[in-house]
Each structure stands twice: as structure tokens, then as C-alpha cells.
Design a protein around this ligand. Structure first.
Ligand code: GAR
Length: 210
């Protein structure tokens, strides 16, 4: 049974979708813990309500990124995770951390990567006049928001959209996309190759569009 740890920083609506989906009959994986860098992250309560162990590694109490990451790594190692799922985890991770968990670390980013890496993705899509926007699930590697993309989901940009209405439309798709990818990962169907995504053992010819 693959052991999943979810890391969050905020609301945890993606976490909620992952909790519900992993509890479906026949799901191979199990969320064994939910961690946050923020003690006040609302998502921690979602985990507690679901009876899942939670932990906090508060980044404000560390003198630098390296010492925060070292503690987070130690905490995660103790949980023996097969998958570390970033779901609105808003900290940049050091290269050492990312390398340590290579192939087990997955992130969801609210843009059609490689477009709009970094923050404020919804406003940037609006400012650019894009007709479509969306979300991407990718393996985390040393490049920030630059690891191999597994799958994307698109949404239309509507005429009266604000960053908030667009974000809500994107999140609705994330709640469908992320559980599918995590399930495939737990089933061993998705893996990280040298620098490409393997699907059922073969390099993906192109990013999955779901
Ligand atoms: C999600 O939209 C996710 O894609 C984004 O934060 C939101 C978290 O929402 N992640 C990033 O921006 C990562 N750089 P949630 O807490 O309701 O799941």
C-alpha cells in the first residue's frame, strides 16, 4: 500500500479532493500524514476531521531555507513515504531536498506549464489576454516549476473573469485532475525517467491532456 504524505500551506481544497479519492474502494494508496509549513493552514483541520495525522514544520522558526528543509526531510523520512504530494505548498524546496525525493515528489501548479511559472498565474493569464488557462501536475525537480509535466487540464478564460473567478474554475479542474494522477502514480503507471515522464513504462510522447 503506497504511503502518501500531502504537504499544504493553506485552504487545502486539493487535499480534500485527495482525501476523498484515496478512500474510494480499490484505491491502492493511503494518505498517512498531512504536513504544513503554516500552523494556521485551514487544510490541517480537514486532515484532522478525516482522522489523518498532521504535522507542522513552521518555516518562520528556522534561520534559513536549508535548515527548514533538513527538518522537513527528517520528518518525512520518518513517515517512509512513497509519494509526497504538494497541494498548495507555497515554499520553494532546496535542491538537496528535491534530489533526495526524486521521482516521489509531485506538485500541482495553477497554469498550463511551461507558461507562468511562479506566482499570480491567474492574473498573468488575464493580462496576457489568453483564451485558455489551466493547471498542470508535474514531477518536482531542481528547476522551480520546471520539472517534467505529467498532465494538464484546460479551462476557458471568460470575458468578465477576474483572477478570483478564473482561479475557482481552475481549482474545480484540479480537484479532478490531481486524484487521477495520484491514483496512477500509486498504481505504478506513472514514473519519472531520466528527464521524462514514463507512462506504463514508456516515455510519454506528449503531456497528457485531461
Ligand atoms: C491550488 O490552485 C494550487 O494549484 C496552487 O495553490 C492552490 C492551493 O489551493 N499552487 C501553487 O500556486 C503552487 N505554486 P488549495 O489549498 O485549496 O488546494
Amino acid at each position: 500500500e503506497p504511503r502518501i504524505v500531502v504537504l499544504i500551506s493553506g485552504t487545502g481544497s486539493n487535499l480534500q479532493a485527495l482525501i476523498e479519492s484515496t478512500r474510494a474502494p480499490g484505491h491502492p494508496g493511503r494518505i498517512v500524514a498531512v504536513g504544513s509549513n503554516r500552523p494556521d493552514a485551514a487544510g490541517l483541520q480537514r486532515a484532522e476531521q478525516a482522522g489523518i495525522e498532521t504535522f507542522v514544520v513552521d518555516h518562520t522558526t528556522y534561520r534559513d531555507r536549508a535548515s527548514f528543509d533538513a527538518d522537513l526531510l527528517r520528518k518525512l523520512e520518518a513517515l517512509n513515504p512513497d509519494a509526497i504530494v504538494l497541494a498548495g505548498f507555497m515554499r520553494i524546496l532546496t535542491e538537496d531536498f528535491v534530489r533526495h525525493f526524486r521521482g516521489r515528489l509531485i506538485n500541482i501548479h495553477p497554469s498550463l506549464l511551461p507558461k507562468y511559472q511562479g506566482l499570480n498565474t491567474h492574473q498573468r493569464a488575464l493580462d496576457a489576454g489568453d483564451a485558455t488557462h489551466g493547471t498542470s501536475v508535474h514531477f518536482v525537480t531542481e528547476e522551480l516549476d520546471g520539472g517534467p509535466v505529467i498532465a494538464r487540464a484546460e479551462v476557458p478564460v471568460l470575458e468578465n473573469d477576474t483572477a478570483d473567478t478564473l482561479a475557482a474554475r481552475v481549482k474545480a479542474r484540479e480537484h479532478v485532475l490531481y486524484p487521477i494522477i495520484l491514483r496512477w502514480f500509486c498504481e505504478g503507471r506513472i514514473a519519472l525517467g531520466n528527464d521524462e515522464v514514463l507512462f506504463d513504462g514508456s516515455p510519454l510522447p506528449q503531456v497528457l491532456s485531461l
